[in-house]
Design a protein around this ligand. Structure first.
Ligand code: PSU
Ligand code: MN
Length: 335
């Protein structure tokens, strides 16, 4: 299988630092530094379904202990639906693919003391032997490195409102351009400029598909008013899309947007009002760069009295359900 050949390639290119490491396959990518859990490593070498999960959502996206509970539940949903979860984070400078319960707990307790780690931060966190919670861009990087084609998250970063002036465009978008991983998300939060985010992805040549709808979802709500060029209606549709993308060697990621289930969607006007308030505060406090997204997420949650957090958790779980089934369909297709 291609997953197997990728792993074999990794082993050939990078010498493991510690071949007796019984905690998992020490695959040594990035100069002998990456650790793949035994469960994930075995699933990959047998061509079984694996779902990558990010960790910024745990450290910066939700408060403790809700973040830990949610992370555990998301992993359980992935398992129940036939795939192996591979949460990705950097612990003590070691990029880890597949976390133990203890490691998950450590990260959840660290919270924002873990460094938010996008692609640009990876080398620094590793060199400083720090603890890094990987964003979508960094998680895609490691997932691709070890051969995991499907990655589930809540929402991705995008072009910020006023991004045409500030140039605040998330590196998640450029990662989608360069890294062939399918990202399952509930779209893009309306703290961002959704039409410009879609324009940017079009320019970058990224396939954007919506699941069982023709419209790009806006995270808390099912609609954004923006149409998507590609509609998928089943896990099998998604698997064929991913497989075609791979076989054609397009080398770009795919964004599969799954709308939040109706019963959990938040009131669009309440959310928009909170977003306007949070954006105004961010400008007043001069919060920019990689601090902006965590600030806006936390403030929107406070301003909606926790309603947005409840929606957030519900949609992540739904994405895990859909993503696991996509990973299973893809593994089946590649048998
Ligand atoms: N959007 C969300 N929830 C999140 C994030 C974004 O709705 O948790 C996190 C993800 O890890 C994403 C990152 O990759 O924020 C993007 O940060 P920035 O906007 O700084 O690129
Ligand atoms: Mn940014």
């Amino acid at each position: 299988s291609s997953a197997l050949s990728r792993l074999t390639n990794l082993r050939r290119h990078f010498r493991p630092t510690d071949s007796n490491n019984n905690k998992g396959g020490s695959d040594g990518a990035g100069g002998g530094l990456i650790k793949i859990s035994t469960e994930v490593s075995e699933a990959l070498s047998h061509g079984r379904a694996v779902v990558a999960l990010e960790s910024t959502i745990i450290s910066h996206g939700m408060p403790y202990p809700l973040n830990l509970g949610t992370a555990k539940e998301v992993e359980a949903i992935v398992r129940t639906n036939g795939a192996v979860p591979a949460t990705i984070a950097i612990l003590d400078g070691i990029p880890c693919v597949g976390l133990s319960v203890e490691e998950l707990e450590r990260l959840a307790i660290l919270g924002t003391r873990a460094q938010k780690t996008a692609r640009r931060d990876i080398a620094h966190v590793v060199a400083a032997r720090g603890n890094g919670a990987t964003t979508v861009s960094a998680t895609m990087f490691f997932a691709s490195m070890v051969g995991i084609p499907v990655f589930v998250t809540g929402g991705i970063g995008g072009v910020h409102r006023h991004g045409e002036q500030t140039m605040d465009v998330s590196s998640d978008l450029t990662e989608l351009r360069r890294t062939p991983v399918a990202v399952i998300s509930a779209g893009v939060k309306s703290i961002l400029d959704i039409p410009r985010t879609l324009e940017y992805l079009e320019t970058q040549g990224v396939c954007v598909a919506a699941y069982k709808t023709n419209e790009f979802p806006a995270f808390f709500t099912e609609t954004s008013g923006c149409k998507v060029p590609c509609r998928v209606d089943s896990p099998e549709d998604c698997a064929r899309l991913i497989d075609a993308n791979t076989k054609l060697k397009l080398d770009t990621g795919i964004l599969i947007a799954v709308p939040i289930p109706k019963e959990h969607s938040a009131s669009g006007s309440i959310i928009e009002c909170a977003i306007q308030g949070a954006l105004k505060e961010a400008r007043e406090k001069n919060i920019t760069g990689n601090a902006e997204t965590p600030f806006l997420l936390a403030r929107v949650n406070e301003l909606t009295g926790g309603a947005s957090l409840a929606s957030n958790i519900a949609l992540v779980k739904n994405n895990a359900f859909v993503g696991a089934r996509i990973a299973v369909a893809l593994a089946q297709l590649r048998k």
